[in-house]
Write a protein that binds this ligand. Structure first.
Ligand code: GLU
Length: 437
């Protein structure tokens, strides 16, 4: 099984969406299930409703899950695992006070060396744990550090070996009995039998700890890891919440469509795709994690705009119409005429609004001609073909050339420039009276 394990702590970041897409693709390629695990154990950082929002977004992107659960549902399992490790002497209770620990940290800092746990409580036993519990003395549970280095054969980053000292004897269960992030994550990956873990490289330093946890819990399956390079903004810095384009919700509001966002995120840092414009089912045919570059990729909104435009061109006209609230395929066809000058749903919507909104020409230099044309068009029966329409109103108004086309374009589209009126006309003719009113 593969999994996407988001924390419900904020708006979904494009980096998270990329992780979800790639896990989904590989799960499909391997023919295994795709789990969505909401990592909600950090109560202080959880934001109410974000879990639902994540689920809805995944649905919008057609990343269909086979299974889902909230990590907090497994609290009792995490606690049972921690106690088992204690009984097996693979973990120990620690009663070092916050003061002691922070003084050790300060000490390490002043010596410019990395802080490591002193090992003071290492010999406390399961019996000590029983006593501490009876006497209600607060304690944490720490995992004993490994004896051998831990090796991660990362699909993208290559082999990474981490020394026991670097892993250290770290806390797995806090004083309030809740698991730490690494412990909850590794335990759940083991329970769900996750065979491959694809995630952002910000988790690279967690990996040896999580491998160590699974080793001590007796898990023997070989798990593959792939850590994706981070996404950089225009300034070459990690894309953060402050970059609005990092929010999937923002991109959707701006009128980027899911198919295009998926296409762009699969292309990111991947120069070996057989084509530039493709769909998710296409990518499942040929995508290879090994083709992702080791180095970070820069987010390029212009490239996304280009890809969005290409997907809008390919979109079924009726489907495009429904996005704008019309059932009639003509509106989708009309919108597509504007793809020369627009790249997003939002921009196309502006163009359509300009056509359909009530237009105020009171201070326009062409007001007189516009009024004449409005009256003539209002009195006509619908004329099928643009040339006959144009000839009829030219004859009736006595207007020609620029004096006809400038005010006519303004009246019909609300804009001075745009696609040829002969191309626009077939799609707007059923709505002429509404448009000129
Ligand atoms: N919950 C973590 C996050 O949102 C992901 C953990 C993981 O994929 O292992 O960054």
């Amino acid at each position: 099984m593969l999994r996407f394990a988001p924390s419900p702590t904020g708006d979904m970041h494009i980096g998270n969406l990329r992780v979800a897409i790639l896990n989904y693709i590989i799960a499909k390629q391997m023919g295994v299930e795709f789990l969505v695990r909401i990592e909600d154990t950090d109560k202080a950082r959880n934001i109410e409703g974000k879990d639902e929002e994540i689920m809805q977004l995944l649905e919008k992107f057609a990343l269909i899950k086979d299974l889902t659960y909230h990590q907090s549902e497994h609290l009792h399992i995490h606690q049972t695992f921690a106690i088992r490790l204690l009984e097996e002497k693979k973990a120990f209770v620690c009663i070092c006070s916050d003061e002691e620990l922070s003084s050790d940290r300060d000490d390490a800092k002043s010596k410019s060396i990395a802080y490591r746990y002193s090992g003071k409580c290492e010999n406390l036993t399961h019996e000590d744990y029983q006593k501490l519990k009876e006497e209600k003395i607060p304690f944490v549970i720490r995992l004993k550090k490994p004896i051998e280095p831990i090796i991660n054969h990362d699909v993208i980053k290559g082999d990474i070996s981490t020394a026991p000292n670097e892993i250290d004897s770290f806390v797995i269960l806090r004083t309030d009995g809740t698991p730490t992030y690494n412990f909850a994550c590794a335990s759940d990956d083991m329970i769900s039998d996750i065979s491959m873990i694809i995630r952002g490289e910000d988790h690279l330093s967690n990996t040896p700890k999580q491998i160590h946890i699974k080793n001590l819990l007796g898990y023997t399956q070989v798990v593959k890891y792939a850590h994706l390079p981070i996404i950089l903004n225009d300034n070459g810095k990690k894309m953060s919440k402050r970059d609005e384009a990092s929010s999937v919700k923002w991109l959707l509001i701006e009128g980027f469509i899911p198919d295009a966002i998926i296409n762009y995120l699969i292309l990111l840092g991947n120069s070996k795709t057989p084509k530039e414009i493709f769909t998710l089912p296409d990518a499942i045919e040929w995508f290879k994690l090994e083709d992702i570059s080791k180095s970070s990729a820069r987010f390029d909104i212009d490239k996304l705009r280009f890809i969005n435009r290409e997907h809008l061109k390919m979109m079924d006209e009726r489907k495009l119409s429904t996005i704008f609230g019309f059932a009639d395929a003509n509106i989708g066809k009309l919108a597509k005429l504007y793809l020369e000058e627009s790249s997003t749903i939002k921009e196309l919507e502006e163009k359509l609004k300009s056509i359909f909104k009530a237009k105020d020409f009171s201070s326009n230099e062409w007001i007189e001609q516009i009024n004449t044309l409005r009256e003539i068009i209002g009195s006509l029966d619908m004329i099928e073909d643009y040339n006959s329409f144009k000839n009829t109103i030219s004859k009736m108004s006595g207007l020609k050339g620029k004096n006809l086309f400038k005010p006519l374009r303004l009246l019909l589209t609300g804009a001075e420039h745009g696609p040829e009126l002969s191309e626009v006309y077939p799609f707007i003719k059923p709505y002429l009276l509404e448009i000129i009113s």
